[in-house]
Ligand binder design. Sequence first.
Ligand code: 5GP
Length: 120
Amino acid sequence: ATKPYDDQNIFAKILRGEIPSKPVYEDEFALAIPDINPQAPTHILVIPKGAYVSWEDFSSRGSDAEIAGFIRAVGKVARDAGLVEPGYRMLANTGADAHQTIGHLHVHLFAGRPLGPMLV
Ligand code: 5GP
């Protein structure tokens, strides 16, 4: 089982508007923001609006509508940002060994340079 959701995490505060952000995309299911510490020329975080700790939590407990809506949103963010050509990487760290540092699911999108092979 995953840890219980802590609504004081930074992405929860951003979703509630308590911390300002500059969304590149928003809809019913997702908010997308530039990463504060980008690891590539384009590094976007796509955050589901529901209170889910991780991919594990979301994929097991999320409704079909939320899952479909969120996955569609991730694709749309990448498409609208022009990442499809020449390509992008998406990644979701889940849990301690994966170095998940914020307890609200977020999908990373990396693009803007050749990313090379995955490290792991
Ligand atoms: P994780 O390691 O949990 O998968 O990734 C967390 C990401 O959130 C990191 O890439 C980090 O730079 C980013 N981040 C942490 N705090 C903030 C913040 O306040 N605003 C934004 N936009 N990104 C953040």
